[in-house]
Design a protein around this ligand. Structure first.
Ligand SMILES: [Cu+2]
Length: 363
């Protein structure tokens, strides 16, 4: 990937400099419902998610990350094919930015799609404290939608007594199970996010999972949808959403959805969790849209040169096993890990999670 990641910068772009500062800092925000106190987070410009970066394909992105945190940090541009020097992996592609210092990131985005940026030093702590935001690269030509929403799903591990982020980073129990799972789930930093839409409107939903470890199992209700891109890359053919789909940590899924719920009711992105389901995002239908429903959406334009030649690719089985609870091998479909889609379709996904016992987070 290193050769593919080298991006030539046109001279015309090099001439323009617009190094905007983004400050990674501590802030107190109203993360929990109003009857709780404020929560101290670490955020880009003191918010979580951080400020959205939105550019057009081929544009140059320049950001001076100023570190006002108590710890060293760095910023990684997740999914962007980028020169290694700008990739932001502390200890590998750059030294961590020390408290009081800054680092200038400067790169061109070669591919349209839904990406994100996040801290990449002690990520298991710094991302969990809130250092993440969306990086949206628009297609050169607008696509046929009425509007779009960027939806950053996250979970937080909160001590309900203090309303503060639980200081249990790197806990051995988490490391040996399913990772650090939170007990408070948000979209765009809000619990029970609601949006207003009109019936028959066509939306593009850019889903980003910014949580450390939670694999969201999602479904649509009152919305008819198609997956049009995964991890920033367009699908050749939009895939109709006919059942639950997964959004793993750091993964992005772009949906095009038509609002089919009746006026006065709501469509939902539903989160399925064991035997229960919750509204992750509500789309309250406040009126009839002006247009009738459209047909099946067109695929997004492909990103040239983004995909390697898959014709000569080999299938390699990836065996993942371990965990502190034992018996995991038996839960893994005969010891061979299939894709998440297979696990979802066979219903073995939650058996897998149950076997590793990772869902029993403190309430
Ligand atoms: Cu990442």
């Amino acid at each position: 990937m290193s050769a593919a990641g080298l991006v030539c910068m046109p001279n015309s772009l090099l001439a323009q400099t617009d190094m905007r500062a983004v400050t990674a800092r501590i802030a107190d925000i109203q993360l929990l419902p109003d009857d709780y106190g404020k929560t101290q987070i670490w955020g880009f410009d003191g918010i979580a998610p951080g400020p959205e970066i939105r550019v057009t394909q081929g544009a140059r992105v320049q950001r001076r990350i100023v570190n006002e945190l108590p710890d060293p940090t760095s910023t990684h541009w997740h999914g962007i094919r980028i020169d290694n020097a700008m990739d932001g992996v502390a200890g590998l592609t750059q030294d961590a930015i020390r408290p009081g210092d800054s680092f200038d990131y400067d790169f061109v985005v070669p591919d349209a799609g839904t990406y994100w940026y996040h801290a990449h030093n002690r990520s298991f702590e710094q991302v969990a404290r809130g250092l993440q935001g969306a990086l949206i690269v628009e297609e050169p030509e607008p696509i046929d939608i009425d509007h779009e929403e960027v939806l950053i799903l996250d979970d937080w591990r909160i001590d309900p007594e203090t309303a503060q982020i639980a200081d249990t980073f790197g806990a051995m129990h988490d490391l040996s199970h399913a990772g650090r799972l939170g007990n408070y789930i948000t979209t765009n930093g809000v619990y029970n996010l609601a949006k207003h839409v009109k019936r028959h409107e066509r939306l593009r939903l850019r889903l980003i999972n910014a949580s450390n470890a939670r694999i969201f199992q999602l479904a649509l209700e009152g919305l008819e949808g198609w997956i049009v891109a995964m991890d920033g890359m367009p699908l050749a053919t939009p895939q109709p959403v006919e059942g639950p789909f997964l959004l793993s940590s750091a993964q992005r899924v772009d949906l095009i959805v038509d609002v089919t719920a009746e006026v006065g009711s709501a469509g939902h992105i539903v989160q399925l969790s064991r035997d229960e389901s919750f509204s992750q995002v509500a789309f309250e239908v406040t009126g009839d849209g002006t247009s009738a429903r459209r047909g099946t959406p067109q695929p997004l334009p492909p990103n040239a040169h983004a995909m390697p030649d898959l014709g000569s690719a080999r299938d390699i089985a990836l065996l993942m096993e371990g965990g502190a609870m034992g018996g995991m091998r038996g839960a893994m479909m005969g010891g061979r890990m299939s894709s998440m889609r297979d696990m979802m379709e066979t219903g073995n996904f939650w058996a897998f999670n149950g076997a590793v016992g990772g869902m029993d987070v403190p309430a």
